[in-house]
Design a protein around this ligand. Structure first.
Ligand code: TYD
Ligand code: MG
Length: 457
């Protein structure tokens, strides 16, 4: 009797492998994500033992690296997120929701590089050549150094890369690739994992830079790029509100740079435009003299970003008050409201509260605590905070205002954008003694914050 094909179960969310089906994944705790896939034959030819040549161990001193080998991508915001440019031979994953602009971003990068005679190969498994042409027309003119290929077969892609020897390859997207040796459908965990390991070998073996596009979907029927994250050098996430025009590129893993830099782009008619000063952009359309609104300052990597925090506090009509937080941590907002209730005796337990960071950006830094607290107080008391005021500082459980790092950069950014008063932790004042032309109000507790409001009346 022929031996039955061996199958295993993979969690489509995180790639957890199991011999039997399970309701909940022990790895990521998601429900109903296990799908049966055929197990890869042990001798699929990709295992290290199948290699003929052997790598010799060498000492660190023997390794040659060329300084400034990084390649400028033509988009300063992308370079910043990559840690100062593209590292040749690196494998970069660009993840994000469908329609956010991943293909556009990479095509723009290819355009710049092909103008500098970098041989690029754009492999699309999602769109036809004419669709790519339509998009390219909106972006601008291209040179003949960029070649396009519509292909989803991994073997063919390997061959095309071998034939054309490009320096840069774009794979759009990894979920459409398939390897004939693997029987599961494109987008399944085994296909994605197998395709990436082949691409990894090409990138490292030939020194080709490869950008992989990966879709993230909530349904779980397409393998999330989670499985890939371990294999690639850099993981970038392209995010943003699809209804707003700006997009944020964020590094969540980077072997060649810092992961807390962000790049800001705006989606225009003619492709993505870099946003040099995100603060100005995020503060556009701010209401004047409205209660419950204040500007706070958050650091994104080395760059300060000013954001507007809005709060709406009103009496609840139901037994249980509703609380929501958009753009920031919900539990943090609840905690801050509890601190206000306990330390300042504010009656918030019978109030609904909605806190929102305007513009759809997500901030989790504790430095915006003071901003959230001020917005809530302002809305609760229905008193507007003057619009030349910004605030930053962490709020502790006893109502103390704690220091945050990089206060100088934050104050400098506020000054640059024309703010006249900064409310900040008192302990940070010492570092800012030399600052002229902006009023610094140091506070050490929530009581002092309330005192500021009284002086102002
Ligand atoms: P796309 O790059 O196709 O997204 P992804 O590859 O992440 O799925 O971008 C799609 C969106 O961008 C689409 O809704 C149209 C919009 N867009 C513009 O607004 N301007 C442009 O110049 C281009 C090329 C696209
Ligand atoms: Mg696309």
């Amino acid at each position: 009797m022929a031996k039955a094909k061996k199958t295993v179960f993979f969690c489509q969310n995180c790639g957890y492998e199991s011999a039997k089906w399970m309701g909940q994944c022990p790895g990521c705790k998601e429900w109903n994500t296990f799908v049966e896939e055929t197990a890869l034959p042990k001798t699929s030819g990709r295992t290290p033992t199948a290699r003929k040549t052997e790598n010799k161990p060498i000492s660190l001193n023997q390794i040659d690296i060329q300084e400034d080998a990084r390649q400028d991508s033509g988009l300063a915001e992308l370079d910043r997120v990559l840690g100062g440019g593209i590292v040749p031979g690196s494998l970069v994953l660009v993840g994000g929701d469908p329609g956010i602009g991943k293909s556009t971003l990479l095509l723009q990068m290819c355009r710049y590089l092909s103008q500098r005679h970098v041989k690029a190969l754009y492999i699309s498994g999602e769109e036809s050549l004419s669709q790519i042409k339509l998009r390219a027309r909106r972006i601008g003119d291209f040179t003949d150094d960029l070649l396009l290929l519509c292909e989803t077969n991994l073997g063919m892609i390997e061959r095309a890369i071998g034939n054309h020897n490009p320096q840069l390859v774009i794979i759009d997207s990894i979920q459409t690739l398939y390897n004939e040796e693997v029987s599961s459908p494109p987008g399944s965990v085994s296909q994605v994992r197998e395709s990436t390991s082949v691409l990894l070998q090409i990138a490292k073996g030939k020194g080709v830079t490869i950008f992989i596009v990966g879709h993230v979907t909530k349904e779980g029927n397409v393998a999330g790029p989670r499985v890939l994250e371990h294999m690639v050098d850099t993981v970038l996430y392209f995010e943003g509100d699809r209804h707003a025009s700006y997009r944020i590129l964020r590094a969540v893993k980077n072997r060649f740079g810092s992961t807390n830099e962000i790049g800001v782009f705006e989606m225009r008619e003619s492709g993505l435009e870099e946003v040099k000063n995100p603060s100005e952009f995020l503060l556009e359309g701010r209401p004047e003299d409205a209660s419950g609104s204040i500007v706070a300052c958050s650091m994104e990597g080395t760059r300060p970003i000013l954001i507007e925090i809005q709060a709406l506090v009103c009496n609840t009509n139901f037994g249980i008050p509703r609380r929501t937080a958009a753009g920031t941590d919900f539990n943090r907002v609840n905690l801050l409201m509890a601190v206000l209730e306990k330390r300042l005796g504010m009656h918030l337990s019978n109030c609904d509260a909605y806190v929102n960071i305007a513009g759809g950006i997500k901030i989790s830094e504790p430095a915006i605590d003071l901003g959230i607290v001020l917005a809530v107080i302002s809305s609760h008391q229905n008193r507007a905070i003057p619009d030349h005021v910004i605030a930053f500082g962490e709020v502790g459980l006893s109502g103390e205002i704690r220091a945050v790092n990089m206060s100088e950069q934050r104050v400098a950014e506020a000054k640059k954008l024309g703010f006249r008063t900064v409310i900040l932790p008192k302990v940070s004042l010492k570092a800012l003694e030399g600052f002229k032309g902006i009023r610094l109000l140091g506070v050490s507790s929530l009581r002092e914050v309330m005192g500021l409001g009284r002086q102002h009346q």
